[in-house]
Write a protein that binds this ligand. Sequence first.
Ligand code: AGP
Length: 622
Amino acid sequence: MCGIVGFTGNKQAADVLLDGLSKLEYRGYDSAGMAVLDENGTTSVVKAAGKLDHLKQKTDNGRLLPGTCGIGHTRWATHGAPNEKNAHPHLSGALDDDPSEYRASDVIGVHNGIIENQEELREKLLRHGYQFYSDTDTEVAIKLVDYYLKKYRIGPIDAINRMMVRVRGSYALALMFREHPGEIYAARKDSPMIIGISEGESYLASDVPAILQYTRNVYYIENYQAARILPGKVQFFDLNGDEISLEQVTITWDAKAAEKGGWEHFMMKEIHEQPQALRDTLHHYLMDGQLDFSQAGLTDEILQGADSVCIAACGSAWHVGMTAQYVIEDLAQVPVRVELASEFRYRKLLLSPKTLVVVISQSGETADSLEALRIAKERGLKTLSVVNVQGSSIAREADHVLYTLAGPEIAVATTKAFSAQLMVMYALAVQMAYVRGRIDREQYEGYMKELSAIPDKVASCLETKAHIQRIAARFSGARDAFFIGRGSDYAISLEGSLKLKEISYVHSEAYAAGELKHGTISLVEEKTLIIGLLTQRNVMNKTLSNMAECKARGAFLLGITQGENSEAQSQTDDLISLPVSDEHFSGLLSVIPLQLLGYYSSVSRGLDVDKPRNLAKSVTVE
Ligand code: AGP
């Protein structure tokens, strides 16, 4: 998703913008640009297709853009090709080779989101004499602000408010106005944006890492709010143009946590942070050996009162839901359905009024998950979110939020946040089972002992690195891979498959082991890689039989199991044996070798592990 950075204060803006944009590279992008507005109202705008280095080269590391007020952007293309013309910032005036034209622009802006009615607005503006140089919806929004500014002879905030009333879609907008040097204006609907303040300086960004080294004092601008940002001061306005006040929040993240810290890739660093992330997350909810979610307002009465659970999420977060479903149903004996958030938002959902809707999201900004949450709330359903980024939209809008304490996760491929989410869901399952009388005190304490032992067992799983690296190297040329399992092993195989394909670009599929023979096994041929998850003892032999069917067709069988497993040892070509845990919670262990397999496969192919092509860390558009 696009990255936005803004600064106004007593530093060279370009330095802050380039630094902030580099901290947002993990969000995924294909072009970049920035604009600086000097005290005379002169605007310098530079854009570049490709990586941020191209922009740094074009601006001599920002030295060609003097000034103390500016905005910058990394673009993940939604409308229009990823080229320089479509890169942000966009202008109300024309864009041609003559830099002086920039000075003719009264409004300059950057945007994250999608303007859904941009076509009709483009037509309207064309009728009023505007000309467009790009294919982007952002240029339409910027020119619309300019149109209102001039038609009604109003100020920036009123023009922005008129724009917000007229456009449909999502936006985090940062704007500068030629007649207001030193000031930045912002407007938000659905796309994330924070505003930071320090002594005599003000910052604006899409996400915390961009400004964390400058300030921890931030404001989360809400939907349909606008802001006027001055050096060291910010004013907020509602849609009527009335000034409002927002609560200032202090970010508790450790700035170092958002750095690579000597690791080659953020992903490997974050894989290794999992034991600590799991300890921090579990202990956050443990009081004298007893789980306590009351800090989130999630009382035992709520957990007793729900007659069903509906989990809505995307991607790996959905895999967390798929895994947790088995454990909640088995322990708490509560029916659970797991929905892809992008489906949830358009289905005619027949949910009981006593359904507890759980939205799981690392970023807390995923558009589909946020909309699913809003639909659940509109239906009057109790909502709980499991989120990693503090203060994010999903965290703030859910009735209750259980934070994961994984710290900032920079790699696009999630690992420690996935595991921390799964730990929260396991704990929720145990607590639901206990408060509903499905398990007694002794069983409760047994499960809590098991969960508390998981972090150290995860640390042991990391010792399979060398083994996994050899397997990845052996299959670096693989075209297909299949991850199979039954029960919660099937759910974890979904995550293993995504980890492999999203960063190594190897096509892979996860399949319920018993389903292969109903068609997909026709794809299995000599040397096809089959990864079988074998941690659920009651169905393990069935999965081994399905693996044998693949071996009979030339496949290579890799097994992932727990403890001593002579059947698996004799029936697979290679076997990863993990520490033994309660089978309900084995997903936290079996996912580790699968994360490592994805990582080493990507490295063996010389790919950009942390920033895979076409992907973004947080998908804040539909
Ligand atoms: C996981 O490795 C992917 N990066 C992606 O599937 C991600 O899990 C999904 O986009 C959901 O993101 P969220 O947890 O921030 O909502």
